[in-house]
Ligand binder design. Structure first.
Ligand code: HEM
Ligand SMILES: CC(C)=CCC/C(C)=C/CC/C(C)=C/COP(=O)(O)OP(=O)(O)O
Length: 297
């Protein structure tokens, strides 16, 4: 009985606001930014930049996700996966969400400006606008290529981290951006495949709905091949060594096997497993970049 009561207890206000920031997505994005910070220097980044950069990027990402939840409240309410969001259920009003996003976004801008550098603040702000407005409001309802173009915002975190420490964004940082950019379509489209009924209800023009499952499966496979090639670039340009190369080859082998199954022998289970793997893949690939940076041979 006690357990049941606990299970049905409505989330606290704090938990509602917290969930608006899509904490798990933010965690991985910020993790990639932090790796960018470490790769930007031969030694260790200063602790102030490390902490302030992490907090600032985290806050602006959270603010961007809150705007997304507000804009999509009606769409979210139509999809099983997102229907429980506080904005979709009307538990948080538009005003509350706007104030929350403005406060944490403004705080993030201040932290980046005052304790990191203006370049990082502006790049993160452009990323915020790219995701919260260009992707969410313009691209997502307009084209099935929404996530390919919009994926550029999601791919920015390593460049933001690099800018925080180095004050510039060199080619090596853009290589990392390119990796996340090419990773995004297989990451998202396998989810859209096994959630196709949700997306059909949502009215959004997602690829499995507009072009069918077979075509989407083919795109997942082709992008995974492109991803495998792209992830070799850090080694090819001498930025990373053999530890990274070995990790990238092993991780790609698993990803390719998953994507092949989605392409040739589709099942919802295969797509689910591929989606879960995409997240483990990106986390481990970036962890390998870090390990390789300090133990390079
Ligand atoms: C435009 C680009 C992207 C799109 C459209 C997208 C889409 C999604 C969607 C719809 C989910 C929800 C899955 C669910 O609720 O079952 C999700 C989960 C996730 N995404 Fe992405 N994603 C994108 C980019 C990224 C990026 C750049 C990262 C991190 C670097 C990321 C990390 C994650 C993580 C960690 C989860 C799991 C969240 C959880 O388990 O609660 N995504 N993504
Ligand atoms: C300022 C800054 C660093 C911003 C972070 C940008 C970032 C990491 C974007 C990732 C894109 C993403 C998770 C989209 C989720 O899809 P969706 O929003 O379409 O998913 P939904 O269906 O769950 O709403």
């Amino acid at each position: 009985m006690t357990t049941q009561t606990a299970l049905h207890k409505p989330p606290s206000r704090a938990a509602q606001y917290w969930s608006l920031t899509k904490p798990r997505v933010t965690q991985l994005a910020v993790f990639c930014a932090v790796i960018g910070m470490f790769l930007a220097t031969d030694g260790l980044p200063g602790w102030q930049v490390l902490v302030a950069g992490t907090v600032g990027i985290w806050l602006l990402a959270g603010a961007a996700f809150a705007v997304n939840c507000l804009v999509e409240a009606k769409i979210d309410a139509r999809m099983a996966r997102t229907a429980r969001r506080a904005t979709a259920r009307g538990e948080l009003t538009s005003t509350q969400t706007i104030v929350f996003s403005t406060v944490i976004g403004g705080l993030g801008m201040y932290v980046l400006y005052a304790f990191v550098n203006p370049l990082t603040m502006w790049l993160t702000f452009v990323t915020f606008v790219g995701y919260a407005f260009i992707y969410t409001m313009l691209l997502k309802p307009a084209t099935p290529q929404n996530i390919v173009i919009g994926g550029l915002s999601g791919a920015m975190p390593p460049a933001l981290g690099w800018a925080a420490v180095a004050g510039e964004v060199p080619m090596q940082a853009w290589l990392l951006v390119l990796i996340i950019f090419v990773w995004t379509p297989p990451h998202f489209w396998v989810l859209a495949m096994y959630r196709r009924e949700d997306y059909a209800r949502s009215g959004l023009p997602m690829l499995p709905i507009t072009h069918g499952m077979a075509y989407t499966g083919l795109q997942v496979w082709l992008y995974t091949i492109a991803l495998a090639a792209t992830t070799l670039l850090p080694f090819a340009v001498g930025m990373s060594g053999l530890i990274y190369l070995a990790a990238a080859v092993a991780l790609n082998a698993v990803f390719l096997r998953h994507s092949w199954r989605v392409h040739k022998h589709y099942s919802d289970l295969a797509a689910r497993k591929t989606f879960a793997w995409s997240i483990v893949y990106l986390s481990l690939l970036f962890a390998a970049l870090l390990v390789d940076h300090y133990f390079k041979f």
